[in-house]
Design a protein around this ligand. Structure first.
Ligand code: FDP
Length: 340
């Protein structure tokens, strides 16, 4: 009998246990982050269940349909937002929330305030819902270190390098939660029979160089020169290496998840029509860049290290190139050459 394997199967590292272990790095910690995370995890489990049922929408009336009782059902992205906002507020550990779904930031009632600001996209890649393709929730966490009565929007308009933690949950063939609290990246898979996220991908490290590029090539006619040159080199390498494969799901969480595990580069560049690209700084670019750096990769905006960017608006966009260290190094060199 393989006792080592048996021990592995019976000694389950849940995400809560993992974060509690991490807490020991901070002797002054009182478990506030663990409580916050357990509320985020609850939101992820709820959305996972709702997403799994979405295919039955026509039958039982979900996501914008009318159900058999004749009740109008909420669209999944609206529902997911409500679930996360309520879970985060009720944690008693948050003071400012920025959601992709809400035009304005939410300032939590002073009686329920805690020291964390959470920026999130409750259901990213929502144009993929109706065809059952993987979608996800993305989140980033900042901490305020001041009197909670004097908080302002500036407390979330901070560079990504000030984030305390970031992560995403992917609702795909399995439900996978990938998080970093600044000490590497770990992936947990939801065991539906236990209702717990179990550590399945410890200490994720992105390969130094990858064989895949991921971009919406339909925008190619509007790209700037460095992006066009980079993609040309992916297809027609001049150094004797093999061409890279193109993979593009069009759902950021899924494309970034594959990039993290297999290596390569994900890009949503600026183009003539969208000079700031498409993806949002606070709850798409920053959390994913934080994870990439923690996994040994890089993230670049075309001008600077993505995590150095200082946002001035909560829904600001930025071009982004992220992934394997060497691949991002190449695009950085092309932008540097363009400057000369
Ligand atoms: P979606 O529009 O489906 O919500 O920012 C949202 C996002 O998806 C990302 O998840 C995805 O990477 C990107 O947009 C896809 O954009 P394109 O359709 O322009 O390629």
């Amino acid at each position: 009998m393989d006792h080592a394997a048996d021990a592995h199967r019976t000694d389950l590292m849940t995400v809560t246990r993992y974060v509690l272990n991490e807490q020991s790095r901070h002797p002054e910690a009182r478990g506030d982050f663990t409580i916050l995370l357990s509320h985020i995890v609850l939101g992820c489990k709820f959305v996972c269940t709702a997403v799994n049922k979405a295919g039955l929408a026509k039958l039982i009336g979900l996501a914008g349909e009318t159900n058999v009782q004749g009740e109008e059902q909420k669209k999944l992205d609206v529902l997911s937002n409500e679930v996360f906002v309520k879970a985060l507020v009720s944690s008693g550990r948050t003071c400012i929330l920025v959601s992709e779904e809400d035009e304005e930031a939410t300032f939590v009632d002073p009686r329920l305030r805690g020291k964390y600001c959470v920026v999130f996209d409750p259901l990213d890649g929502s144009s993929n819902i109706d065809c059952g393709v993987s979608i996800g929730t993305i989140f980033g966490v900042y901490m305020v270190d001041k009197d909670l009565d004097s908080i302002s929007l500036d407390d979330v308009l901070q560079p990504g390098k000030n984030m305390l933690a970031a992560g995403y949950c992917m609702y795909g063939s399995s439900c996978t939660l990938v998080i970093s609290t600044g000490y590497g990246v770990n992936g947990f898979t939801l065991d539906p029979s236990l209702g717990e996220f179990i550590l399945t991908h410890p200490d994720i490290k992105i390969p130094k160089k990858g064989k895949i590029y991921s971009v919406n090539e339909g925008n190619a006619k509007n790209w700037d020169r460095p992006t066009a040159k980079f993609v040309e080199k992916c297809k027609f390498p001049t150094d004797g290496s093999s061409p890279k494969s193109l993979r593009y799901i069009g759902s950021m969480v899924a494309d970034v998840h594959r990039t993290l595990l297999y290596g390569g580069i994900f890009l949503y560049p600026a183009d003539k029509k969208s000079p700031n690209g498409k993806l949002r700084v606070l709850y798409e670019v920053f959390p994913m860049s934080f994870l990439m750096e923690q996994a040994g990769g890089q993230a670049f905006t075309g001008k600077e290290r993505a995590l150095d960017l200082v946002p001035t608006k909560i829904h600001q966009r930025s071009p982004i190139f992220l992934g394997s260290y060497d691949d991002v190094e190449e695009i950085k060199a092309l932008y540097a050459a363009e400057q000369k």
